[in-house]
Write a protein that binds this ligand. Structure first.
Ligand SMILES: [Zn+2]
Length: 280
C-alpha cells in the first residue's frame, strides 16, 4: 500500500476516524496500530480492529445491527424535533440541513430485542451536532424512562456526546436535571437501567443520566469525563495523571463498573438481563 502514489491511496484508504463513524473507504488505516484494515473485515468485527482491538466509532445503524436482534428495532418519539428556542444564529439552518441528510436528532430511541428479551434502547448519534443534548434529547431520554416504567422494561442507553447543546443555552442545561429526575423515578420503579459509555462521553451527558445507570459499562479506551483535560489542568494548575478520563482509569477508580470489549457486549448484556429476571 505504501508504494502507491498518494493521489490513488487516498481514494480508498481513510486515515481519519475522528469524524463520526466508520469511514466509507474500502481500506482504513487503524489509529491504534497504523495498519491498513479491510473495511468489510472491520464490519464483521463490529468496528473493532482485528489486529490491535482499537474500537472505531460506529454509527447508530451499525450499533443497531451489531447489538440488537435482526429487525427488532422499532423507533419511538421520532416525531419530537428541535425548535430554535433562542433564535441562535445559524441553528435553524443547521437543523434543517441535518434533517435533510436523514438524521433524526442526537439520540435515537425505540424498542429492541436482545436475544429475544424486549428492551427500550437509546443510542446517541454524534453525527448530529456532536451528539449534544438539547431539549429533544432530554425529552426522548425522559420518555424512554417513562415508557420503561409503564411497561416494566429495562432501559439501555449507549452514550456518545460532546455535552450540552450550546445553541439551546440554558434550555439544554435543564435537560441534565430533567433526565436525572426521570432516571431516579425509573430506578424507584425497580427497573434496570444499563448505561454504556462510548468514546467520547463528556459534558452534560456524563454529568446526568449516563452516569446514573444501575450498571455502567464503558468501551475500552473511551474518553469519559466532564470538562476537558486541558481546562482542568489550567484551572487547578496541576498535571493530571496518565490515562485520566479514559475508561480503564475510571474503572480502577470505581466510576464505571467494568470495561467491555464491543465483541462481548451483546452476550454480556443478555447475561445481565437474565440475572435481573427479564424474560423472553
Ligand atoms: Zn489496529
Amino acid at each position: 500500500m505504501d508504494k502507491l502514489p498518494d493521489s490513488i491511496k487516498k481514494l480508498f484508504v481513510s486515515k481519519d476516524n475522528s469524524d463520526k463513524t466508520l469511514p466509507d473507504n474500502l481500506f482504513v488505516e487503524c489509529p491504534g496500530c497504523q495498519e491498513i484494515v479491510y473495511r468489510p473485515k472491520l464490519e464483521q468485527n463490529l468496528g473493532v480492529c482485528p489486529l490491535c482491538s482499537y474500537h472505531f466509532r460506529i454509527s447508530v445503524d451499525e450499533w443497531i445491527n451489531f447489538i440488537t436482534d435482526a429487525n427488532s428495532f422499532l423507533p419511538l418519539f421520532e416525531e419530537i424535533v428541535s425548535v430554535d428556542p433562542l433564535n441562535f444564529p445559524g441553528y435553524r439552518e443547521k437543523l434543517e440541513s441535518l434533517y435533510k441528510k436523514g438524521l433524526n436528532e442526537a439520540i435515537r430511541t425505540g424498542y429492541a430485542r436482545l436475544d429475544g428479551i424486549k428492551i427500550l434502547m437509546g443510542i446517541m448519534d454524534s453525527e448530529f451536532i456532536m451528539g449534544s443534548m438539547g431539549s429533544v434529547v432530554g425529552e426522548r431520554v425522559a420518555r424512554l424512562f417513562e415508557q420503561g416504567m409503564n411497561e416494566n422494561l429495562p432501559v439501555i442507553i449507549i452514550s456518545r456526546s460532546g455535552g450540552a447543546r450550546m445553541q439551546e443555552g440554558v434550555v439544554s442545561l435543564f435537560q441534565m436535571a430533567k433526565t436525572s429526575a426521570a432516571a431516579k423515578k425509573f430506578s424507584d420503579s425497580c427497573n434496570l437501567f444499563i448505561s454504556i459509555l462510548t468514546d467520547p462521553t463528556t459534558g452534560g451527558v456524563s454529568a446526568s443520566f449516563s452516569f446514573l445507570g444501575d450498571i455502567i459499562i464503558a468501551e475500552p479506551n473511551a474518553l469519559i469525563g466532564f470538562a476537558g483535560q486541558r481546562v482542568i489542568e489550567q484551572t487547578i494548575k496541576q498535571k493530571l495523571p496518565e490515562g485520566f478520563q479514559r475508561a480503564e482509569f475510571l474503572e480502577k477508580k470505581g466510576f464505571v463498573d467494568f470495561v467491555c470489549d464491543r465483541r462481548k457486549l451483546r452476550e454480556t448484556l443478555v447475561k445481565i438481563l437474565e440475572i435481573h429476571r427479564y424474560r423472553r
